[in-house]
Design a protein around this ligand. Sequence first.
Ligand SMILES: *Cc1c(COP(=O)(O)O)cnc(C)c1O
Length: 428
Amino acid sequence: MIYQRSSQLFAEAEKVIPGGVNSPVRAFKAVGGTPIFVKSAKGAYLFDEDGNKLIDYINSWGPMILGHAFQPVVDAVVEKAKLGTSFGMPTELETQIAALAVSMVPNIDKIRFVNSGTEACMSAIRLARGFTKRDKIIKFAGCYHGHSDSFLIQAGSGAITFGSPNSPGVTEGTAKDTLLAKYNDLENVSALIEANKNEIAAIIVEPVAGNMGCIPPNKGFLEGLRQMCTDNEILLIFDEVMTGFRLARGGVQELFNIKADIVCFGKVIGGGLPVGAFAARNEIMNYLAPLGPVYQAGTLSGNPLAMAAGLAMLQALDNDRAIFKRLEEKTAYLAAGIDKVLNANKVEFTINSVGSMISVHFDAAPVFDFQSAAKGDNETFKKFFHGLLNEGIYIAPSAYETWFITDALSYEDLDFTIQAIDKVSKTF
Ligand SMILES: *Cc1c(COP(=O)(O)O)cnc(C)c1O
């Protein structure tokens, strides 16, 4: 395939946008080459500026769970836009999406909408700190909770891909309040709690990790965190920005039947528009301004176009009770197909998947935390990435990212992908 016009557009973008992109994960620095410029997308496919058609496994990094340009979402946005695009005043729509979200997710009474997953996580820890009157938080190496200062300590996703897990610009004062634990290692968490008795406000975790590739929690890991939090009056924050409305109607809380104290959302909840949210039971949410002392605000929060898109998306998911099973079956089919061809071609690999999240690591050992994820062979990944791109298949340009399976992908698309992986992995 030819990506000539994309290359030209990238050269122009680089002159006026740092690195030519508005989010580093879109750059091709880890794999080489230049990013592809998209013209449009429909269902399972992207159409780029050179006229190529690509099967999309990124899906805007998660939101497009029902495929691109999903008609009810498009219609809702177009209709709302005609009535005005922002008011900075309450609308009935906000109550409708809030009520639906509260009905779908277990264990939450109220939800506050913001504009991104970053804002949701940032606000969630402020709320947790205000509520507990403690300063420190525990996060896990390789988990990504957006780019706010407290979280840029061994963060996953783009932060690892670009080699700056601890970003300059984050002050030591901020960094000292973020304690770092190993994913899937309860003893490590327990030791941190012991060493910081009565100082920890919250433990924040991706309950199924997706920003160091896909890493499921070991049996007992989330249960152990829940118990330690309860025992030590620490709030458990599930960052479900990626997993919420994706792995089950009620996210990981429902999937594994574990109660979090605060839950963060993003991605799917906005149907492809800029939306994030955080939610908890009344006791905690009533601590927020204007009811309580913890301040949090946003000029465009609850924006009507964003709420219309999110509501149409959640309604579609709420009405289709077979959706999550269907997605899981497609993912399992793809995983089995990839497993078969990579084995046949004698490639060393590990496939992790949960529900509609899947990743292929180029290392034979199990991948269960950041350290084991980092062992993947990046040279093989580069060949894999560019080989697939050449076949018309778009996966994230980093070995640390999860692929997202959407309802729009057909079994023909999956077969085509498996055949392409067979062809490409013969050249490793
Ligand atoms: C994407 C992501 C975020 C950040 O969301 P943005 O909308 O990009 O700010 C936070 N947490 C997790 C788990 C994510 O996957």
